[in-house]
Design a protein around this ligand. Structure first.
Ligand SMILES: [Zn+2]
Length: 257
């Protein structure tokens, strides 16, 4: 089992994402996870809120077991429920139904910290007929620095094994053209960020929220004019932006108090 210390960053990330002013998640919405061993993922238990998360609100699942269920075309919700029953008997709490989505992000895209939220700003676009602008060319340089050249947009799918399968398929397609995405936009649902740590997961969420707010305001004024491919390429590869990216990656949580 994990100690509370192992999950300190994950707990802090969860509480930060749940801060009411951010408008990223209310009630028990959203979930976070962190890979803690080769085959172990700590993921938020179902029904717990991000805002007052503690280490006790996380449950450990097997990446391999859940990834196998996603892979098996004959497996469905009943197989997931059977495994979750096992986990609940062992650990006294049940993983979130969205644990499978986290597993795919870790196994397929190499994330170590995953955060899934339902931001008002992002969902305003994801619930509109302009959702595709989120996965289009970037609109400003800081978006390129933090999120990269393209996010991945996934059509609506039933949360659980169906959504995890859809994300697995789309991640593979996206990787062929753009590499591994750092953000995934789920239509009519929400945002998933793929971080290499808790701080990066927060930075990605904050940037996706900002991009969505700017896009929302832009669409109210007129059409979106994205950056050109050349400008994006230039920001993505120039040295000073690489230095800024590295500095962002080294950022640590401030000590509380
Ligand atoms: Zn969700």
């Amino acid at each position: 089992m994990t100690s509370a210390h192992d999950l300190a960053d994950l707990v802090q990330l969860s509480r930060t994402l749940g801060e009411p002013w951010r408008r990223l998640a209310i009630l028990a919405e959203g979930n976070t996870s962190q890979r803690i061993a080769e085959d172990q993922l700590a993921v938020k238990a179902t029904g717990r809120s991000l805002a007052d998360a503690s280490a006790e609100d996380f449950v450990v699942v097997s990446l391999r077991r859940l990834s196998d269920i996603v892979d098996d075309p004959h497996a469905g919700d009943a197989d997931v429920a059977r495994y979750f029953d096992e986990v609940e008997i062992e650990q006294g709490k049940r993983p979130s139904v969205e644990a499978l989505l986290h597993v795919v992000c870790v196994v397929d895209a190499g994330a170590t910290t995953v955060a899934h939220t339902h931001p008002e700003s992002v969902n305003a676009l994801l619930c509109s007929d302009r959702a595709e602008v989120l996965a289009g060319p970037p609109i400003f340089p800081d978006q390129v620095v933090v999120i990269g050249r393209r996010g991945l947009l996934v059509p609506y799918a039933d949360p659980g094994v169906v959504l995890a399968r859809e994300v697995r398929l789309r991640l593979a397609e996206h990787a062929r053209e753009w590499g591994r995405p750092r953000v995934i936009y789920l239509q009519n649902h929400g945002l998933v960020v793929l971080g290499s740590g808790a701080v990066q997961a927060l930075q990605l969420t904050e940037m996706a929220d900002k991009v969505s707010r700017v896009l929302g305001a832009t669409l109210a004024l007129g059409s979106v004019v994205p950056m050109t491919d050349e400008s994006v390429e230039r920001i993505d590869t120039r040295d000073d932006e690489q230095i800024r990216r590295a500095a962002l990656a080294r950022t640590r949580w401030r000590q509380p108090g």
